[in-house]
Unconditional design. Structure first.
Length: 345
């Protein structure tokens, strides 16, 4: 059986399954016949997933079926009890899974920020006069003076740090919202923020304020830059759903990825608040020494990515295990599910 034939023959029941799930999450509102139909469609789609994994490994249809089967499993077996504590479950588990499920988007967003930053820093060191021209006025106080960072007044330091924090929050949300332009605005915002970061770093280092730059960006900046990368990844994912919807219609693809992108932003927002709180205590951290500043920044940023790796990957492993269990244990169970699927169709 070819992939096109497989999709054309089986897709009607996949769509019917999704329609039932959208109409009544958790089976509430379905009559007895519809509940039975939901179970039959779930088993049939699980069988289709098992077949697709064997015959079409690596194709987009496998990813789509994994999502459908996972959602159907929650509806069939989860019941109302699983719907309680949804907010807690989102922040403890689901958010991290969504962050980790598209590593290519995270990598692309990180490259769009840090590659321009490195190039811009080298440019600012070699030609500070030209580089200064692109620095906004609120940042120039730290880039145009040879005074050490510790000689800046508390007001100057606070104003500069607040400007950086505000800029990073704006960039995070702009990168997310830019996905609706096919990712063009997302890409531009990430590139410009990386350029600005690199120019400020190069100018401060060139002015003898390299230690000040580390003091400025490390404590809260590691986490903020992580949030920018995640926001950028959300925008890129949304943009890609417009450009390459795959087996879905463009409207379905955009709707599905937009929901995930919004969840990414909602889950990332509290971490921006954490970064802001850390920034509020930056002066106290600075008095404890540069080592403490670096330690706090690395610890908080490391905690964030450790949660992505541990909770995101763990969730993915559990989900795959559940899908495999439903798909069947061995060829005998797969054959039985295929027969059930044929009957449901």
């Amino acid at each position: 059986m070819t992939l096109d034939r497989f999709v054309s023959e089986r897709k009607p029941r996949w769509d019917e399954l999704e329609l039932l799930l959208e109409r009544s999450p958790g089976r509430r509102g379905l009559d007895a016949a519809e509940v039975l139909r939901l179970g039959a469609l779930y088993r049939a789609t699980a069988a289709d997933l098992a077949f697709a994994r064997r015959r079409f490994s690596g194709e987009r249809v496998v990813v789509d079926l994994e999502r459908r089967v996972a959602e159907a499993r929650l509806a069939v077996y989860g019941g109302r009890r699983r719907r309680r504590g949804g907010v807690v479950r989102f922040f403890v588990r689901d958010y991290w899974r969504i962050v980790a499920e598209r590593p290519w988007a995270l990598l692309a967003a990180a490259l769009l920020v840090f590659v321009p930053a490195l190039l811009a820093a080298a440019w600012a060191l070699s030609d500070p006069a030209a580089a200064t021209g692109i620095v906004p006025a609120e940042f120039r106080s730290a880039t145009e003076t040879p005074r050490p960072w510790t000689h800046f007044s508390p007001g100057e330091q606070s104003a500069f740090s607040a400007a950086v924090l505000t800029n990073n929050i704006k960039v995070t949300f702009l990168a997310f919202a830019g996905g609706i332009t096919g990712g063009v605005l997302t890409t531009l915002s990430l590139l410009f923020n990386g350029l600005l970061l690199g120019v400020i770093a190069g100018l401060m280092i060139g002015a003898g304020n390299g230690t000040g730059f580390v003091d400025l960006v490390t404590a809260h900046g590691v986490l903020e830059l992580s949030c920018i990368v995640v926001g950028g990844a959300a925008g890129l994912r949304l943009g890609w759903s417009i450009i390459a919807p795959g087996l879905l219609t463009r409207r379905e693809s955009i709707s599905r990825e937009a929901q995930r992108a919004v969840l990414l932003v909602l889950g990332t927002a509290p971490w921006l608040v954490v970064a802001g709180i850390i920034e509020g205590f930056r002066a106290q951290l600075a008095t404890a020494g540069l080592g403490v500043v670096i330690g706090v920044g690395v610890a908080v940023g490391g905690l964030y990515w450790a949660l992505v790796l541990l909770l995101g990957s763990e969730r993915g492993a559990r989900l795959r295990a559940q899908v495999r269990a439903d798909a069947g244990d061995g060829e005998a169970r797969r054959s039985r599910l295929d027969d059930l699927g044929a009957g449901a169709a």
